[in-house]
Design a protein. Structure first.
Length: 439
């Protein structure tokens, strides 16, 4: 999510999820108020903008607006993605958490399994205007299928291929690649004279997962079987991971230094004309913050193996986004629901999603002309036609950690000049699968 989640260490994530109970959350952090008089709420927001201070400047006027309308003061903390999952998991066990919080939508099923989050049943949805206000694809990443959602969608995003027009022109490239073969061929024209074709965040575990999940779909696998058990070592999973790492190891269109990237450095390289393409979610505001004008970059769908993006083996993005959750044991339940209603109102959805460059998951807000610009059209079309939700299984956060780390290790090997073979990829994925908790 500019916003990629540098997930907590495997040991922390596994142990906390294994022991979490439904005791967490609420105003134990110093908030006051009650359901009879909810005067204060605490809110953990995720880092959506270029930096934490930018998020505060964006959100604080809106929270003041909420206070003026309701009399409820919101204590805001913007939490870096590198800390957020650990903070949330700790809150589920300690009870020292916020009333309302942002969560990456890929974590929802894992956090739902702790029992700490408020279920969004028909009664709770009715208090924010009803479930049918939200886009179906966004609701698909709000918890375990067949259960009441554990969160509501706040910001929706998908991946797109961003390309640097100046670098394309200098290399004589006239259009963005539509298939992976085209991307490699284009990439070899672009990777020269100290410049590189494609950026990656090789040490960002969640970014790694997002990329290999999509490639896995294109190879016909999901990394989990129909019963929700890990299946990381299938031929398709191995092929997907190898294809991604080979963009550095074999095709040499990703700079070796990208193996260490984890803090959006690939976007900085893009803005500085060092890298010609990035696979990213809603990158416009970050490019602007780094001095790029909108006419200096273009956007296209993420490549597929062949043909055009669509469902099944033509999937070209995970359903990305941010959900809004309430800790079940908050002492300010009515105020928390009122805050969720405010944040998902048509008015706030239009304002915040325009600011962050995301797609509103609220249907009515999408009709605003401000969401018709080319970048958001690609993202909206992708969400509607060719994106798939990451597995909604309790062990999803551990999956991000262990397989994300496996990909990180393989990028490190590639950067060091060590061969990345089918056997070495399978060995890393076997080790990752062995680290998953037994069901």
């Amino acid at each position: 999510m500019r916003r990629f989640r540098a997930v907590a260490s495997s040991a922390v994530a596994v142990s906390l999820l294994a022991t979490a109970t439904a005791c967490g959350g609420g105003s134990a952090t110093g908030g006051s108020g009650s359901n009879e008089s909810p005067k204060t709420l605490t809110y953990w927001a995720s880092n959506q903008g270029p930096n934490l201070e930018a998020d505060k400047k964006i959100l604080e006027p809106e929270l003041k607006k909420f206070e003026q309308r309701t009399g409820i003061k919101v204590k805001l903390e913007v939490v870096p993605w590198s800390d957020l999952l650990t903070r949330i998991l700790t809150a589920t066990t300690s009870g020292q958490g916020p009333d309302v919080l942002n969560i990456g939508n890929t974590w929802t099923a894992s956090l739902q399994s702790t029992g700490a989050l408020l279920p969004w049943d028909e009664k709770n949805f009715s208090k924010i205007g009803g479930k049918d206000r939200f886009v179906e694809s966004a609701l698909g990443s709000t918890g375990k299928p067949g259960s009441d959602p554990a969160a509501v969608p706040l910001y929706s995003m998908a991946y797109a291929l961003y390309y640097n027009k100046k670098m394309f022109q200098e290399a004589g490239v006239t259009k963005p690649p539509a298939t992976w073969d085209e991307l490699v061929a284009t990439g070899k024209k672009l990777s020269k004279d100290g410049k590189w074709a494609l950026g990656a965040e090789g040490s960002n575990l969640s970014n790694n997962i997002h990329q290999v999940f999509v490639l896995g779909k294109q190879h016909g696998v999901d990394f989990f079987d129909a019963e929700g058990k890990p299946d990381f070592t299938s031929d398709g999973a191995v092929a997907a991971v190898k294809q991604y790492v080979d963009l550095m190891a074999q095709e040499k269109i990703i700079a070796p230094g990208n193996a260490e990237y984890a803090q959006n450095q690939s976007l900085s390289d893009f803005a500085k004309d060092k890298t010609a393409m990035v696979l990213w979610q809603a990158a416009a505001s970050t490019f602007k913050s780094q001095g790029m004008n909108d006419d200096e970059w273009g956007v296209a769908p993420v490549p597929v193996r062949s043909g055009a993006p669509g469902q099944g083996k033509a999937t070209n993005s995970m359903v990305a986004g941010i959900n809004l959750a309430v800790f079940k044991n908050t002492k300010n339940i009515d105020g928390a629901l009122e805050f969720v209603k405010f944040m998902t109102s048509d008015e706030e959805q239009k304002l915040l999603c325009k600011t962050y460059g995301s797609v509103p998951p609220v249907k009515a807000a999408q009709s605003d002309p401000g969401f018709d610009r080319p970048e958001l059209k690609v993202l909206r079309d992708t969400l509607a036609t060719s994106a798939a939700a990451l597995p909604q299984v309790p062990n999803e956060s551990q999956f991000e950690t262990v397989v994300g780390t496996a990909v990180k290790n393989l990028f490190a090997a590639a950067a060091a000049g060590r061969p990345v073979t089918t056997e070495s990829v399978k060995a890393e994925l076997t080790k990752a699968q062995q680290q998953m908790p037994q069901q």
